[in-house]
Design a protein around this ligand. Structure first.
Ligand code: IPM
Ligand code: MG
Length: 360
């Protein structure tokens, strides 16, 4: 079958890791008989420099008409002083909003041979870290009404924390469906002791939970969870959270693995169509651009999520995940996951090694 994929290599190390990801997908196509058609489009800071806007219309249309989008990297120091609405990150907000992408899925895990990278104590890490964070991306303070102006006390600004039951129930369904395929536990985060939007969030979570009697639902306040998850990460399976809480907690949990560059991310609509980008999509790594040092695994594993969610190609998704696991357990490591005894490889070689491990 044919699949049309829009690619936005973007900024920083994005272009380099994109090349390796397409290499791996081409191998999948060859082995499993699929035709992946890639259309590259300009987006991010590079598009601001070239066209004066982060996501030109031509790029947006390619994304809109494609079956899925792969995104390498967004942002950088060069554009950090631009107004919020002109920054490279608008690419994310525009695609999320206008293509009806509603949830962000971040699988966060630690691989056995990389456990020593975690900043946590051995006895905690030994129990493993394997958590999927499901974050709403259409509501909340990041995506609702904004205001900047003059008030009684001078300049003022606000971002509204807006939720409705449609947004919460869609996010809840993704969380419960995900937990059903995993360890059947959902931890829902909110601040229901202070925010009415969180009271609604908690209420709707409980309502949706009735359709999933096989899945355990627990509620935690975001601040309490932020403290507990570093002490007891193995107690968590699926974490579901409003936009900004999910943004922060997913970075916190990624950080405690110590190997953020291997983590993927998926931004999808209710049918699984979406945009797939590394977990650290805004970590542009300017100091290593073009040096063949960057780790392409985050985006390669995001491509696996694309096969799974957008194209329902579970076998092929697993083939990529297995090839990555084999590359890591065989000791191949880019600089960020290297330690003595490992085989140090560059970006390009890592891509080739993973592609070579893909088999029927
Ligand atoms: C993420 C990022 C983005 C977000 C930024 C770059 C706007 O942090 O995807 O987590 O907050 O959504
Ligand atoms: Mg973030």
């Amino acid at each position: 079958m044919d699949y049309n994929i829009a690619t936005i290599p973007g900024d920083g190390i994005g272009p380099e890791i994109m090349v390796q990801t397409l290499k791996v997908l081409e191998k999948i196509g060859k082995v499993y008989g699929h035709d992946f058609k890639f259309k590259e489009c300009c987006g991010g800071g590079v598009a601001i420099d070239k066209y004066g806007e982060p996501l030109p219309e031509a790029s947006f249309n390619i994304c809109k008409d494609s079956d899925a989008i792969l995104l390498g990297n967004i942002g950088g120091y060069k554009w950090k002083d631009l107004a919020v609405e002109k920054r490279p990150e608008r690419v994310l907000f525009r695609l999320r909003g206008e293509l009806n992408f509603c949830v962000n899925v971040r699988p966060i895990f630690i691989k056995d041979s990389l456990k020593n990278f975690s900043p946590l104590k051995d006895e905690i890490v030994e129990k493993g870290i394997d958590i999927t964070v499901i974050r709403d991306i259409t509501g909340g303070v990041l995506s609702s009404e904004k205001h900047t102006g003059e008030g009684e006390f001078g300049r003022e600004a606000y971002d509204m924390e807006y939720y409705n039951e449609k947004i919460v129930s869609e996010t809840a369904k993704w969380a419960f469906e995900t937990a059903r395929r995993r360890n059947k536990k959902v931890t829902s985060l909110d601040k229901a002791n202070a925010l009415v939007s969180s009271v609604l969030w908690r209420t709707v979570m409980k309502e949706v939970a009735k359709d999933y009697p096989d899945v355990e639902l627990e509620h935690m306040y975001i601040d309490g969870c932020a403290m507990d998850v570093v002490k007891n990460p193995s107690n968590y399976d699926v974490i579901v959270a409003p936009n900004i809480f999910g943004d922060v907690i997913s970075d916190e949990i990624s950080g405690i693995t110590g190997t953020v560059e291997i983590l993927p991310s998926a931004t999808i609509d209710m049918n699984g169509k979406g945009m797939f980008e590394p977990n650290q999509l805004h970590n542009t790594h300017y100091e290593i651009i073009g040096k063949d040092i960057a780790n392409p695994i985050g985006l390669i594993l995001s491509a696996a999520l694309m096969l799974r969610y957008s194209f329902s190609l579970e076998t092929e998704a697993k083939a990529i995940e297995k090839a990555v696991a084999t590359a890591i357990s065989s000791g191949y490591a880019t600089k960020d996951i290297y330690y003595e005894g490992k085989k140090l490889v560059g970006t390009c070689e890592m891509g080739s090694i993973i592609a070579d491990f893909i088999e029927l």
